[in-house]
Design a protein around this ligand. Structure first.
Ligand code: NAD
Length: 262
């Protein structure tokens, strides 16, 4: 067995065909976990697996939509069939509306449902399939990707922020409900992280560079985050090093939320 902080573990990472999820999947694999890369898009997912295999680590791609219960049931069965267990679940798939028109008056009911389902219901849909396996095998670790918008929101992100605030509290509720089965449930709240989703949001704006600079001015550590900045705390929360920690959300935002003024 390869040496590493996750040696012997199997990890399922949703939305790992891109951005933060890819960074997490790659780091988990480097730390010797066998990784199930779950994504709705095959191109990104298979690319993540190739990147992991290039480093002589083990991963499989499983195409599934985190909002489709039947697909998730089949995906979890396939992963358990291949690797024998799931010790770590990272509920990471999610996203916002790039145009920042996510307001009560501008969101259609379909858009509201899409954003709340993607960022909140998906945690329920996927966890519901994985928890029975964790309970049966005597424990596990779940990490949910939330966002600082859950407690420090911004204009044009109404459904997204509300859903992630729900995921914040769902993390704590699940931690309480499943502690007796030795399943720990924690979350990560990223700030401004360079990912394809993040880039496309800013690139969509007419005054992209100006907006980026004003956001940058608010980050005490003086730079935007990278997927690896989120992956390292996720690794720690998923590992046995965090064995006495559950129901906690770690903010990974370069200090944005530490105070009101930069
Ligand atoms: N990038 C940031 O600055 C930032 C900040 C805070 C929180 N987040 C959160 O981090 C997570 C990842 O964001 P990212 O920036 O890496 O985005 P990204 O778009 O780069 O990657 C998201 C991945 O999720 C996949 N995905 C989307 N919907 C899916 C579905 N229904 N089923 C399965 N897979 C699906 C996409 O195909 C994509 O590969 C999201 O939950 C997002 O809300 C990101």
């Amino acid at each position: 067995m390869a040496a590493g902080r996750l040696a012997g573990k199997v990890a399922l990472v949703t939305g790992s065909g891109s951005g933060i999820g890819r960074g997490v999947a790659r780091l988990f694999a480097r730390e010797a976990a066998r990784v199930a890369v779950v994504d709705v898009k095959p191109e990104g997912g298979t690319e993540t697996v190739e990147l992991i295999e290039k480093e002589d680590r083990e991963a499989i791609f499983v195409q599934a939509n985190v909002l489709n219960p039947a697909q998730m049931k089949a995906a979890v069965a396939q992963i358990v069939g291949t690797f024998g267990a799931i010790h770590i679940l990272h509920n990471n798939a999610g996203g916002w509306q790039r145009e920042a028109h996510d307001t009560v008056l501008e969101d259609s009911e379909e858009e509201w449902d899409r954003l709340t389902d993607l960022n909140l219901k998906s945690v329920y849909v996927v966890s519901r399939e994985v928890l029975p396996h964790m309970i049966k095998q005597g424990g596990g670790a779940i990490v949910n990707t939330i966002t600082i918008n859950a407690f420090l929101t911004q204009p044009g992100t109404a459904a997204y922020s509300a859903a992630k605030a729900g995921a914040f509290q769902l993390t704590k509720a699940m931690a309480l409900d499943y502690a007796k089965y030795h399943v720990r449930v924690n979350g990560i709240a990223p700030g401004e992280i360079h990912t394809p989703l993040w880039n496309s949001t800013y690139d969509n704006l007419p005054n992209s560079n100006e907006v980026k600079q004003s956001v940058l001015n608010r980050i005490p550590l003086g730079r935007f985050g990278e997927p690896e900045d989120v992956a390292f705390p996720a690794l720690w929360l998923a590992s046995d090093e965090a064995r006495y920690i559950t129901g906690q959300i770690i903010t990974v935002d370069g200090g944005i939320s530490a105070g009101v003024y930069p």
